[in-house]
Design a protein around this ligand. Structure first.
Ligand SMILES: Nc1ncnc2c1ncn2[C@@H]1O[C@H](COP(=O)(O)OP(=O)(O)OP(=O)(O)O)[C@@H](O)[C@H]1O
Length: 300
C-alpha cells in the first residue's frame, strides 16, 4: 500500500526543472531510496514531500488515513541538520519535541526511550559539541522520531560520515524500518542495497529507473560480451546495432562492449559473423553486468 504518491511532481527554479514530472510511490512498511548524483533533485523532492518547499506543479497524495497536516506523519532529518552544540543530547531531543508541539512532560517521557533506541543512552548528558558525526546523525534521527511519525525522511543521512559513523547509522536504519517506513536519499547504490526494498534512481530531475531492488538486481544481471581486436572494430560493430537480442552496445576504437539477452545465441552469432572473422581477435570475454553498472551508466 502506498503511503505517498506523487503525480508529475515538478519544481522549477529560474526556468529550469530541478524536479521534472516525478511519479513516486512510497510504500508503507518498507525502506525506499531516492538515488542519484549530486544535483539530481533529491533534496528538492524531499523538501516538497515534507512541505518545506512549495511544488511548482503536480500532486502529492497521502493515503487517506493520513489526511490533514502532513507534518504530523513525517519525521525529517535534513542533509545539514543544525544542532545546538552547547545542549546535551537529551536537552536537544526534549527541546525539539516541544518545538513540534509536544508537552515538555511527554517529550521527557519519550526522550529516554528514543535515545536508548539510537544507542545514545550513555552519552545523553554529554554536550553535542563532543559527539562524533555518527552520534549526531543518530541524535538527529531520535529528534525526527519524537512525534511517532509514519514515515521517516532522511536526506543523505550517511554521506558526510566516516566508515564507522556510516555503519552505525545504516545499522540503526535497518532496525528502525521494522517500525517506521523510511525514505532516504543517497548517491551511493551500496547504501540503498544495504537497507532498502525499493529504489528510484533520478537524474536531472527525472526518474530513470525504479522498482523493487531485488527485482532490478535480477533484471539488470545481463550477460555482457567484451571483444578486443587488433584493428578498429567500430564500423563492423554498426552491423550489430539492430539485432533483437542486443540490449546495449558501446564501441571504442578496438574495444567493444555488448550487453545481450541470451549469451548462447549472441556468442554463436558473433563468432560466426564474417565481419568479425576478418578482424584479428585479441580477446573475447563474457561477464555479467550488475545494477551497479547500470547505475554508473545512467548517472555518469
Ligand atoms: N533554492 C534553489 N534555487 C535555485 N536552484 C536550486 C535551489 N535548490 C536547488 N536548486 C538546483 O536544483 C537542482 C537540484 O538540487 P538538489 O539539491 O535537489 O539536488 P540533490 O540531488 O539533492 O543534490 P545533492 O546531493 O548535491 O544535495 C540543482 O541544480 C540545484 O542547483
Amino acid at each position: 500500500m502506498s503511503l505517498i504518491l506523487t503525480e508529475a511532481l515538478t519544481k522549477t527554479f529560474n526556468g529550469t526543472n530541478a524536479v521534472d514530472q516525478i511519479d513516486l510511490s512510497i510504500k508503507e512498511g518498507v525502506c525506499t531510496a531516492l538515488l542519484g548524483p549530486n544535483g539530481a533533485g533529491k533534496t528538492t523532492t524531499l523538501n516538497m514531500l515534507t512541505g518545506l518547499m512549495k511544488k511548482s506543479s503536480g500532486n502529492i497524495i497521502f493515503d487517506k488515513r493520513y489526511s490533514g497536516d502532513r507534518r504530523k506523519y513525517i519525521g525529517y532529518l535534513p542533509q545539514y541538520p543544525k544542532f545546538y552544540s552547547w545542549m546535551t543530547g537529551e536537552e536537544y531531543v526534549i527541546y525539539s519535541g516541544q518545538l513540534g508541539g509536544i508537552s515538555k512532560q511527554e517529550a521527557i517521557k519519550k526522550t529516554d526511550d528514543l535515545l536508548a533506541m539510537v544507542g545514545l543512552s550513555d552519552d545523553k548528558r554529554k554536550k553535542i559539541a563532543g559527539y562524533s558525526g555518527g552520534m549526531k546523525q543518530r541524535l538527529g534521527i531520535a529528534q525526527a522520531l519524537i512525534h511517532d511519525p509514519k514515515l521517516l525522511i532522511l536526506d543523505e543521512p550517511v554521506s558526510a560520515l566516516d566508515p564507522i559513523g556510516r555503519r552505525e547509522v545504516l545499522e540503526l536504519m535497518k532496525t528502525l524500518k521494522k517500525k517506521t517506513s523510511i525514505l532516504f536519499s543517497t548517491h551511493v547504490l551500496h547504501d540503498a542495497e544495504e537497507v532498502c526494498e525499493d529504489i528510484f534512481i533520478i537524474k536531472k530531475g527525472k526518474v530513470v529507473v525504479e522498482g523493487n531492488l531485488g527485482e532490478l538486481q535480477k533484471k539488470y544481471q545481463k550477460p555482457t560480451i567484451y571483444i578486443e581486436t587488433e584493428e578498429p572494430l567500430e564500423s563492423w560493430s554498426q552491423s550489430l546495432k539492430d539485432i533483437e537480442w542486443l540490449r546495449h552496445i558501446e564501441a571504442d576504437n578496438t574495444k567493444l562492449t555488448i550487453t545481450v539477452e541470451n549469451i548462447d545465441v549472441a556468442r554463436e552469432y558473433i563468432l560466426n559473423n564474417t565481419g568479425l572473422r576478418n578482424l584479428n581477435i585479441k580477446s573475447f570475454q563474457v561477464a555479467k553486468t550488475t545494477l551497479e553498472d547500470l547505475f554508473m551508466e545512467v548517472t555518469k
